[in-house]
Design a protein around this ligand. Structure first.
Ligand SMILES: [Zn+2]
Length: 275
């Protein structure tokens, strides 16, 4: 699933492109992809986007006049591309916006399960739909991080991934941030000292801005992630082989030396007990 830096890099790339020309025709959209029916997609025809924005992992395309917003969530396998006029386009995308002059914004999705979504809503409806999202992880300072950590006693890894607490971080960047902060994924949020809160906030900011800078240069996961999906490879901070622990439905990567005082974390999947 794309996380904040990747989505933000796309937004910055798409922002000047989608407002270049008016919309010639919006749609068709796959029945599983289009989540709203009124107003119809045809109400976009002849209109013009103001640009591209982001809220959490949602891509937003407000219309000039601010009466409607097109929202796209790619989930894990969706891809949104801007194709200049004449470029080879997929025959049956999940969703397409064609601009006057022939440029296209095209959503495709790999895999059998279609989970990506497109919504056409008013700004008021958008606020309502996304009201559950916490503050953006890229905007948080140490005071903001401290406030979120102190609300209730939770383990750091699931808390960082909880979009209601803060938005933009998923499994991969939770791994990256906790390695950088040298903290156990299972450490309790309410046990952090002021120094640790500061360290976590700094790690979050440094990791996300580094990743954003790499994503803007078109770099992929193998350049962005130093601990995520790197079982057995040396930790970039200390050289210890990266370890992995399966926790409920999630897999967590971490460095035993930097994060857990040398301890290997126990597999907590229920399925292990049932085998
Ligand atoms: Zn290490």
């Amino acid at each position: 699933m794309p996380e904040l830096p990747e989505v933000e890099a796309w937004v910055r790339e798409l922002d000047p492109l989608v407002s270049r020309a008016p919309i010639d025709k919006a749609g068709p959209a796959h029945i599983a992809t289009l989540k709203t029916f009124a107003p119809p997609l045809s109400s976009l025809d002849g209109r013009r986007f103001e640009g591209a924005k982001r809220r959490g992992k949602n891509l937003l395309f407000p219309l000039q006049g601010d009466d409607l917003v097109l929202r796209v969530h790619l989930m894990s396998a969706g891809r949104l591309r801007f194709l200049p006029a004449g470029a080879k386009a997929p025959k049956t995308p999940m969703f397409r916006v064609r601009f006057t002059g022939g440029d296209e914004l095209v959503l495709t999705e790999g895999g059998k399960k279609k989970r990506a979504g497109v919504w056409l809503v008013t700004p008021e409806q958008l606020d309502e739909d996304l009201a559950h999202l916490g503050p953006d992880a890229l905007e948080l300072d140490a005071a903001g991080v401290g406030e979120i950590l102190g609300r209730e006693r939770r383990q750091l890894h699931p808390l960082l991934r909880d979009q209601r607490a803060l938005t933009g971080i998923g499994r991969a960047h939770a791994n990256e941030i906790l390695l950088r902060a040298r903290m156990s994924p299972f450490k309790a949020s309410t046990d952090l000292s002021d120094e640790e809160i500061e360290r976590l906030a700094t790690a979050m900011h440094e990791d996300l801005t580094r990743a954003l800078e790499l994503r803007e240069r078109g770099k992929g996961d193998s350049d962005v992630y130093v601990v995520h999906n790197r079982l057995g490879e040396p930790c970039p901070q200390c050289g210890t082989p990266i370890a992995r622990v399966d926790f409920e439905e999630h897999t967590i990567y971490y460095c035993p030396s930097c994060q857990t005082g040398g301890r290997l974390l126990k597999d907590r999947r229920l399925s292990r007990l049932l085998r």
